[in-house]
Ligand binder design. Structure first.
Ligand code: IVH
Length: 670
C-alpha cells in the first residue's frame, strides 16, 4: 500500500509539472529553467518506478507511454464534426452576413474573426478534468481514436487547470499542425534518407497522426490550436468569451481572435492577414468569421455539412491549370524511380513551371493522373509544384494511362518494388543514372563541395567513360577536363584545383558524400565523432554503430551493408590512394573526457544541463544522472541537491562550475 503522504507528494509534483508545462508550451513563458524542470520530471519518474501502481493516464510521464496500436478504434462524434462553408470573394462574405441578419432579425451582427489554420482537425475529450480521448475528424460522424498520438503534443493539457464543475466534462476541437521550420527540417531529413517527401506541413501533420507508434509521433513535434468549444455550460454567452475561458483553463487557443462590430470590420481584418500571413510560423489558408453570440448559433443551426453561423474566407492559392504532355522517369542516386510530369509550361507566382514530381506509382493511381490530362498544379510553401487534381471534365478520351516501365530507362535492368515500399528501384549498382546522381551528391555543397563539378560536366565525364565511380574524380587530368564541351582552359584548371582542395575536407563530409542510404549529414557527423576514421567505420559492427545514442537500427544496417560490398571498398581504396582525407583530424589524440563519467547537481549559470551533457558526450565522456563510486566528477551548481552530499560521502571528485569550464577546450567555453 502506498502511504497517503507519498500519494500527496506525487499529486503535488504532478500538479507542479502540469503547471510548468503550461507555462512553457502554451504561454511560451517559463518560470523555471529546463534543468529545474528536468529535476521535477526525474523525481516523478523515480517515484513512479518505485510505486508503479500509482501511475495514472494523466501523469506527465505518460506523454509518450502509449503502446504501439495495430489500428485506431472508431470514435463517434456527438455532435458531428462539421466543416465550414468556403468563400473566395468578399461579395460572398457579404451575402453570408445578409443571410445571418435576416435569420436572426438584426441590423448588425457582432463577429469573432480567427485565422484558419491549415492543419488536421481533431477533437479532445475531458472527463473529470482529465484528457481521456482524442480523435480525428474521419467522416465527421466517426473518427479514429488517436489518444496516444495526441498525448505527445505537449500543448495539450493532460489535466485541466480548473476545478469548475461545469467545465470538467468537456470537449474541444482544434487543429493539429506542424510549424513550417519543423516541416522543412523533417523533409530535409526525409530527403537525405531518400524517403518520400511530405507535400506540405498539413500532409506531414496528417501522416504523423496516423503513425501507429506514439514514440515516432513524438519526434515530429506536432502542435495544436483549439478553436471550438463543445460546452454543456450556459454561463458563457459568446464564442469570444469561450475561447478566453479555454485559454484560462490550459488550452493553447486559436492564436488570433478579434471581436468586431460588423462584417465590414471583419473583411478589413481578412484583408490585413492576406498580406501578412507569410510572417507566421505556421500555414493558414484563410480566415474564419464566426457569429459571436451563442444565442444566435442556436437560432441559425446548421446544414448537413456546416454551421450557418460561420464561414471561411479562403485566400487565393498559388494554383494554375496546365496539361500533362508526358510522364518521364527519373532514376535517383540509390536507384529510386520517380515519375515526373512534363507539363505545358505555365506561369505560377513568378516562375515558369514545366515539370512536377508525381512522387510514385501509387500517387498516380490515387489521383488517376493520365498523360494528356488537364490538371491543377499548386505551389505551396514548398518549391516543387505538385499536381493537386485532374480536371476530369476536360478529358477527351485520348488520354493515356501511365504504365510504370518494367526496366530502368537508363541501364535496362529489371526494376523491383520491395514489398511494403512505395517506390520502384533500379538495383543495378553500375547504372549510369545512379552513378551520375551519386557523383552529383558526392560533389555537392554539403558533401565534398567541389565547385564546377555539376550536372552538365558529370554527364559528359560519365558518358565519355572518364569517370566510372566517384574515386575516378581524383585521377582526372587537366587535359581530360579541357576536352569537354563548353569547358575553357581556365575553368578546367579551376575544376582540377577544386578537386584537389576537396581532398582536405573533414571526415564527416566524406562519410556523407559516400551516399550511404539513410545517412544524412547529421548522422555523418555522429559517425565521424565516434569512429574517427573510415577504416574504423568500415570495421564497426552493427552493435558498435547502435551504441551511438542517436543511431537507429535502419541506419546501422545500411552502414554495415555499404561496407560489405566489395565495389564500395574498392572505390574507398582509390580515394585513400589519391590522398583524400579519411581521418578525423583529432583522431590521433584521445578525446579529453574518454572513459570519464560526469554527474551534475544544482543549477549551472553558463549552460543548461542538456548543453553541459552534450559537451561531455562530444568530448568522449559519459554524462550520468546518478552517483556511484565509479563516478569521476560531480559538477556542483547553485542550490545543489542530495547528490552533493552523496558525492562527498563517496569521496568523488567535486568540481565547481568554474573548474569544470576550465577543463573544456577554449571553443566550448562560455
Ligand atoms: S471552426 C464546424 N475555426 O477548418 C466547424 N475551424 O472546413 C467549426 N479550421 O475542419 C470549425 N482553423 O478544423 C474553425 N479558426 C478555426 C479554424 C478551423 C481551421 C478547420 C476546421 C475544419 C476546417 C473547415
Amino acid at each position: 500500500m502506498v502511504s497517503k503522504k507519498i500519494k500527496e507528494e506525487i499529486k503535488k509534483l504532478r500538479e507542479e509539472i502540469h503547471y510548468h508545462n503550461w507555462r512553457y508550451y502554451v504561454l511560451n513563458d517559463p518560470v523555471i529553467t529546463d534543468y529545474e524542470y528536468d529535476l521535477l520530471m526525474t523525481k516523478l519518474k523515480k517515484m513512479e518506478e518505485q510505486y508503479p501502481e500509482i501511475i495514472t493516464s494523466d501523469s506527465p510521464t505518460q506523454r509518450i507511454g502509449g503502446a504501439i496500436t495495430g489500428e485506431f478504434p472508431p470514435v463517434e462524434h456527438i455532435p458531428p464534426m462539421l466543416s465550414l462553408d468556403n468563400t473566395y470573394t468578399y461579395e460572398e462574405v457579404l451575402d453570408f452576413d445578409k443571410r445571418v441578419k435576416k435569420l436572426v432579425n438584426q441590423d448588425e451582427i457582432e463577429y469573432a474573426v480567427e485565422l484558419k489554420i491549415d492543419g488536421v482537425a481533431v477533437s479532445l475529450r475531458y472527463k473529470n478534468g482529465i484528457f481521456v480521448q482524442g480523435a480525428t475528424r474521419g467522416n465527421g460522424q466517426i473518427g479514429d481514436d488517436i489518444t496516444g498520438n495526441l498525448k505527445t503534443i505537449k500543448s495539450i493539457p493532460l489535466r485541466l487547470l480548473t476545478d469548475e464543475k461545469s467545465l470538467l466534462d468537456l470537449e474541444v476541437r482544434g487543429e493539429v499542425y506542424i510549424p513550417r521550420k519543423i516541416f522543412e527540417k523533417l523533409n530535409k531529413e526525409r530527403e537525405q534518407a531518400e524517403k518520400n517527401l511530405f507535400a506540405n506541413p498539413r500532409n506531414a501533420a496528417a501522416g504523423s497522426l496516423k503513425h501507429l507508434d506514439p514514440k515516432e509521433v513524438a519526434k515530429r513535434n506536432l502542435n495544436i490550436f483549439i478553436h471550438t468549444p463543445v460546452f454543456s455550460t450556459n454561463s458563457i454567452k459568446t464564442h469570444y468569451d469561450a475561447i478566453l475561458k479555454l485559454k484560462e483553463i490550459g488550452f493553447k487557443v486559436t492564436p488570433f481572435i478579434k471581436k468586431v462590430k460588423n462584417i465590414q470590420e471583419a473583411i478589413k481584418i481578412c484583408n490585413e492577414w492576406e498580406s501578412k500571413k507569410g510572417n507566421l510560423a505556421f500555414d493558414i489558408d484563410g480566415m474564419v468569421i464566426k457569429v459571436n453570440s451563442f444565442k444566435y448559433h442556436r437560432i441559425l443551426g446548421h446544414t448537413n455539412k456546416s454551421p450557418r453561423w460561420a464561414i471561411a474566407y479562403k485566400f487565393p492559392t498559388k494554383q494554375a491549370t496546365t496539361k500533362i504532355r508526358n510522364v518521364i522517369i527519373n532514376v535517383g542516386r540509390t536507384g529510386k524511380i520517380t515519375p515526373v510530369a512534363i507539363l505545358e509550361p505555365v506561369s505560377l507566382s513568378g516562375t515558369t513551371i514545366s515539370r512536377s514530381t508525381l512522387h510514385n506509382e501509387d500517387e498516380i493511381r490515387r489521383k488517376d493522373i493520365r498523360i494528356g490530362d488537364t490538371v491543377i498544379i499548386e505551389k505551396g510553401g514548398e518549391i516543387i509544384p505538385k499536381v493537386v487534381k485532374v480536371i476530369t471534365e476536360k478529358r477527351t478520351g485520348g488520354e493515356k494511362i501511365f504504365k510504370m516501365p518494367e526496366r530502368c530507362p537508363v541501364c535496362g535492368s529489371k526494376l523491383v518494388r520491395i514489398e511494403g515500399e512505395v517506390d520502384w528501384r533500379c538495383i543495378n549498382v553500375r547504372c549510369p543514372a545512379q552513378l551520375k546522381r551519386g557523383i552529383e551528391h558526392f560533389a555537392s555543397r554539403n558533401a565534398m563541395d567541389i565547385e564546377g563539378l555539376g550536372t552538365v560536366v558529370i554527364e559528359q565525364l560519365v558518358n565519355k567513360k572518364l569517370v566510372a565511380d566517384y574515386g575516378d574524380i581524383y585521377y582526372l587530368k587537366k587535359g581530360d577536363v579541357a576536352n569537354l564541351e563548353r569547358m575553357a582552359e581556365k575553368s578546367a584548371e579551376n575544376l582540377i584545383d577544386a578537386i584537389e582542395n576537396s581532398k582536405k575536407r573533414p571526415l564527416f563530409r566524406l562519410i556523407f558524400a559516400l551516399g550511404i542510404r539513410n545517412i544524412g549529414i547529421h548522422s555523418a557527423r555522429l559517425l565521424s565523432e565516434h569512429f574517427y576514421s573510415i577504416d574504423n567505420l568500415k570495421n564497426a559492427s552493427y552493435e558498435d554503430i547502435l551504441s551511438i545514442p542517436e543511431m537507429g537500427p535502419i541506419s546501422a544496417k545500411s552502414i554495415v551493408k555499404f561496407f560489405k560490398e566489395e565495389e564500395n571498398v574498392r572505390v574507398l581504396k582509390k580515394l585513400k590512394d589519391a590522398g583524400v582525407n579519411i581521418k578525423e583530424a583529432k583522431s590521433v589524440e584521445k578525446k579529453p573526457f574518454s572513459g570519464k563519467t560526469f554527474v551534475f547537481t544544482g543549477t549551472l549559470s553558463h549552460y543548461t544541463r542538456d548543453e553541459a551533457q552534450e559537451i561531455i558526450a562530444r568530448l568522449g565522456g559519459k554524462p550520468s544522472n546518478s552517483i556511484s563510486k565509479k563516478t569521476d566528477f560531480v559538477v556542483v551548481g547553485k542550490l545543489p541537491g542530495s547528490k552533493y552530499k552523496k558525492a562527498k560521502s563517496l569521496e568523488v571528485k567535486i568540481l565547481t562550475e568554474k573548474e569544470f569550464i576550465k577543463m573544456l577546450p577554449e571553443k566550448l567555453r562560455k
